[in-house]
Design a protein. Sequence first.
Lengths: 435, 303
Amino acid sequence: MNPMRSFSILGARVIDPASGLDREGDVHVVDGVLAASPAPKGRGETQTISAQGLWVLPGLIDLHVHLREPGDSRKETIESGLRAAVKGGFTSVACMANTRPTNDHPSVTAWILKRAAEANLSRVFPVGAVSKNLEGKVLAPIASLVAEGARAISDDGRPVANSRLMRQAMEIARSCGTTIISHAEDPWLMEGSDMNEGPMSAELGLKGNPAEGEEIMVAREIALSRLTGCAVHIAHVSTARAVRMIREAKKEGVRVTAEVTPHHLTLTDRACASWDTHHKMAPPLRSEADQAACLEGLADGTIDCIASDHAPHGCEDKKVPWPEAACGVIGLETSVAATYALVVKKKIGLRRWIEALTSAPAKILGIPHGSLRVGSAADLVVFDPAARWKYSAKTEGASLSANSPFEGWSFEGRIVGTYVNGQKVFHEPTWRPRS
Amino acid sequence: MRQLLSARELSPEIVHKLFDRAAHLRAEKSIPALLQGVHVLSVFFEESTRTRLSFESAARRLGAQVMSFATSQSSVKKGETLLDSVKNLLAIAQGPSVVVVRHAASGAARFLMTELGGVPVVNAGDGIHEHPTQALLDAWTLSQALGTLKGKHVLILGDIAHSRVAHSDLILLKMLGAKVTVCGPGHLIPREVESLARVAHDLDAVVAEADAVMCLRVQQNRHADMVLPDLGEYRRFWGLTAERGRKLKPSAAILAPGPANFGVEIDAEVGQSERSWILRQTSNGVWIRMAVLAEIAQGGLER
């Protein structure tokens, strides 16, 4: 028995939507695996951790992050990104292919997995590219990427402009049993744009990106999914019309899923009036009506999961005039608190929220995680629903970058402990559990 | 006044104060050196002749030291950023300074204001956002031509969507009580303008009621995608041609922010007639900019 990976958490509220569990009680881990009871006596002392007033949830899963390595290690490394992940409660992340070089070759996939193993924090599921160098011209070797360990395929960062290429990618992806993740925006309507098109963009003199750009591409992806039978997952949904189409497509039986970011659920294009480039991302912050529809979509399950689109950028990329600033914000360390606020405000049910961070993304990636079922790997988090804390990316963030729209925000609810395979990978210093 | 980034910062009171100040400065035989000991950093990251020279002339007339920075000769070619360039200029000036900036990025003037922590910034045009001193000189010129702006019909022609001049003009003219109509091709007039002006696409239907016409410059150099496929077509439908000039009220004033493309947005016959105030706009610009700089100097330049 590995004493470090056997312990019991006592007296917590244990919530696991995947198995329909929501009870007060204990959680037992033996040799890194969830067990019905503690290790038998005579096999050494099992550490016990008191978690009165706290919740134990399955380890969270973020299926859309940018770890920036290989190539942009000044913004983030795989290790620093995973430190941010575990701090935010994420025991599994899927990392996008827009690295340098692009993850369009199995050697890059293997390199990423090796670095992730060395970091020994969250599990990493690389997402391979649809097209070589994300140029959208020639297919990447999708079958090889999947064989090497890619759990989904995406050119995220960019839409795949050529419908014929996307169709072919979907056919191969389907035959390999994998999912295409789509950055669904019309490339020419979004080109050169700075923010959502609307009264705000007109007032600020910034080039607008109309909601219709997302509508057009989501419609296309649904149609191609229907044509090819491939599972398609719409990344960072931001508009009411996209939500509506996804809802209809699901009713029809099309294999479409979707995610939404915490920043789209908490901020609108009005935030851009501050001219703070930490409100610039793609797709852009949208209108209040779009946000309300996304929230409703998450609450009713049309949008399956929450995903941060964690996109680190340095000061030199963001501290410039708005049109020159890079798009994207970090989010691994604030996803939970920012969206828990919506639970507190009763905009989304507790169980749906947890599902959106655990079993739903697990299902999309096809990984055996996101639940607390006995026998599964002990990936779990301890969450303090009453903790009040202030977030500062600049002073306390684990990410190498600090480009967060939530800098200085006060939050309620905090991850205080994260375990992967029963191994403690994060512990919030202010949490002092009695044994 | 601590800075001038946008026409939204103005009010009718401040505007009339600036007009009065400009008029006084113009009438003075000897101008007080209100900017003695002050450096005016003229930072132009976009091509400009008249605006830059206008600001520099205004600054010198008030006794300021002018440091002129134009990107074609600068270290921007070596990759130096806007912020670094201005910080270095301030380090050379080493004294009370005002930054006058023109840049291709909307929000650039505000960005500098935020990052420089206290140095006054005057926006000489930022991307497609605003050009507040142009709006001031346009409004002053119009008030000279028409006596007042209240209730007057002002017609603005052209590419409203990409014109920072139009954006500032629309805000200021509405503030001063003018009735504005914009006219141009559908894809160059954003829907949001409807809250500030009446939108028309048929120029011949509205030209006769105008008390003043402002012809925006056709901006072929700014667009990567050529949104105006044919300048002849533009002139035919939305140009202030000699023929349309004849339909105008005899008292109508003609303005243009310039430089005018005669034969495109305006025919020379109209643009160079006695009803044209285009050259007077240019002269007025100097006095208005002096008034703005003087107000800022009086607001105190120390951090």
